[in-house]
Write a protein that binds this ligand. Structure first.
Ligand code: GLN
Length: 187
């Protein structure tokens, strides 16, 4: 099994470190040529969704990756990655892959509580550590979306078919259960 990690911007190295610790082969996706390799799943890391979206288009990665996702390739998306998957982004006319029928609010926790750490239940993984960094949350989830976790009344983890989207950063905590949940989809 080999996992592709989108590596145009943001916290991609941290996901690579988790996969290394788990003994799972992986490769970075930085340019079109990297798409020639075959992957069993893809990770969309945290970072800045506007920058990632722009680079995905400029590097001509956007359409092929969207096709992979639409074709059923398992995806683990964290933070900015969740924004890339969302069908709608509050306050914006445009969105990115739009493969998960959710609406997200960017930087939803405001400036004061921009970053925080907690621990809560995530369906399928148990009680997990959760690090939020200028995180989005889901303000609306359409039919077919499974809500995996709600923190302080807000949806922070969902699964839709082959896609898992998280508001927080499991790659920053030494707990591999959410990565394992994703890897189980890739088998
Ligand atoms: N605030 C970022 C955005 O809007 C997401 C933050 C993150 O990925 N940690 O894209």
């Amino acid at each position: 099994m080999k996992i592709g990690i989108l590596a145009v911007q943001g916290a991609f190295a941290e996901h690579g470190a988790v996969l290394d610790a788990m003994g799972i082969p992986h490769g970075e996706i930085r340019c079109k040529e990297d798409l020639q390799r075959s992957f069993d799943g893809i990770i969309l890391p945290g970072g800045e969704s506007t920058v990632q979206g722009k680079l995905l288009r400029e590097l001509e990665l956007f359409s092929p990756i969207r096709q992979w996702i639409e074709g059923g390739m398992p995806v683990l998306a964290t933070c900015a990655g969740m924004i890339l998957l969302a069908q709608k982004i509050e306050g914006q006319d445009d969105a990115y892959f739009q493969t998960v029928p959710i609406t997200v609010r960017r930087n939803a926790y405001g400036r004061q509580l921009g970053s925080f750490h907690t621990e809560d239940e995530c369906s399928g993984a148990g009680r997990v550590p959760m690090t939020f960094i200028r995180a989005p949350y889901v303000t609306q989830a359409e039919k077919g979306v499974s809500i995996l976790s709600t923190v302080q009344g807000h949806i922070v983890a969902v699964r839709y078919q082959n896609q898992i989207a998280l508001s927080f950063h499991p790659e920053l905590d030494h707990d591999y259960r959410l990565h394992q949940m994703f890897l189980d989809l890739c088998l």
